[in-house]
Write a protein that binds this ligand. Structure first.
Ligand code: PEP
Ligand code: MN
Length: 364
């Protein structure tokens, strides 16, 4: 029998000795100045709940010209802040060189960002650079909702012997408008958790939300679903932040969030509008997918109509139609859909497809 590929991962409670609650990583999106880092680290240290300060040094920007991060000098600041406050620090690494730099300055945890995780060559390079290293390494989900890519990146680390590995759910890129910057598609991280129960999976509600008002709601939803912790962007003056200004929390907002996730408040009651909006946003996405599939299906019917005309075949092919209906009712039933509903839906689709084909044949 094939060995379980990720067995032996260190469970989260052993992973962070002395901690019996969830992992909390907090800090600014980007390191901007020693003063900014000192201010935020001092406050976070006092909360007694934050395990690692976060700050991006190298920022992988979608749009050229945006703030690219301060570079290695930021590591010197983080090292000094750690010395002054005792707060362990974490940063994002996006290349082999970043790994060596971060380790040189004593990073206590590193994470790999969503853009990097999508590139298997770079992931392999980073994994090799981390070989033999003991600090926790967290892997964000790739931009696209692709579970295999996420799992593959985690396995590359595992395969070089890294056992202190975990995942960060930061939502997925998607077309169309939604209340979220990145769609949560909760099923994907939940499937990852179910497949590897020993893999710690934390949530980054800041990059999912893209707007500070939604962050507590998403954080609470994640914790109630059983995530192992949170990574949250916190800035002493978010409105002046050089990156992700609209989603970073003030320190006061962060303290309120900590109280909220520890409370037994039900987010469905505390945030009824947000929850309804979240569910409706997901329904809109599914409707877009249905319409996209329907329009592609119609285009295929039109191409089939031209083949039928050339071969002098009649539009209605009853044997083929029975096969289609049988296949979709069977597949649909396996997904929990009622057979009567699938029949009604497919009869409507088929009727439309026949009428489109007939019109094309009459015209040609
Ligand atoms: C970040 O953590 O600031 C960041 C760039 O995140 P992501 O890789 O999730 O976009
Ligand atoms: Mn950010």
């Amino acid at each position: 029998m094939e060995a379980k590929p990720l067995s032996g991962l260190v469970p989260p409670q052993l992973w962070l000795p002395g901690l019996n609650s969830s992992l909390i990583i907090a800090g600014p999106c980007s390191a901007e100045s020693p003063e900014q880092l000192n201010r935020v680290a001092n406050e976070l240290m006092q909360s007694g709940r934050v395990n690692y300060l976060r700050a991006g040094i190298w920022k992988p920007r979608t749009t050229p010209g945006n703030f690219q991060g301060v570079g290695s000098i930021g590591l010197e600041w983080l090292r000094d802040v750690k010395q002054a406050t005792g707060m362990p620090f974490s940063t994002e690494v996006g290349s082999e060189k970043h790994v060596y730099e971060a380790l040189k300055f004593g990073a206590d945890l590193v994470w790999i960002g969503a853009r990097t995780v999508s590139n298997p060559f770079v992931m392999q390079e980073i994994a090799e650079a981390l070989r033999g290293v003991n600090i926790p390494v967290l892997v964000k989900n790739p931009l696209s909702p692709d579970m295999d890519l996420w799992e593959g990146a985690i396995k590359r680390l595992y395969n070089v012997g890294i056992r202190n590995v975990g995942a960060i759910h930061r939502g997925f890129s998607w077309w169309g408008k939604s209340i979220f910057r990145n769609q949560p598609f909760w099923k994907i991280p939940m499937d990852l958790k179910a497949k590897y129960p020993e893999l710690p999976v934390i949530c980054d509600p800041s990059h999912i939300s893209g707007n500070r008002n939604l962050v507590p709601f998403v954080a609470k939803r994640a914790m109630d679903m059983g995530f192992d912790g949170l990574m949250i962007e916190v800035h002493p003056e978010p409105e002046k932040a050089l990156s992700d200004a609209s989603q970073q929390l003030t320190l006061t907002e962060f303290y309120n969030l900590l109280r909220f996730i520890d409370s037994t408040e039900n987010p469905e009651l505390s945030y009824p509008d947000e929850l309804l909006n979240e569910l409706r946003a997901e329904v809109d996405i599914m409707d877009d997918l249905l319409l996209w599939a329907l329009s592609n299906r119609m285009e295929l019917s039109e191409r089939i109509a031209s083949v039928k005309t050339n071969r002098k075949m009649s539009v209605l092919q009853t044997k083929r139609w029975s096969q289609v209906l049988e296949r979709v009712t069977d597949t649909g039933a396996k997904s929990g859909l009622r057979v009567g509903f699938i029949r009604k839906l497919y009869n409507a689709i088929h009727k439309e497809s026949i009428s489109v084909q007939n019109e094309l044949i009459v015209r040609s």
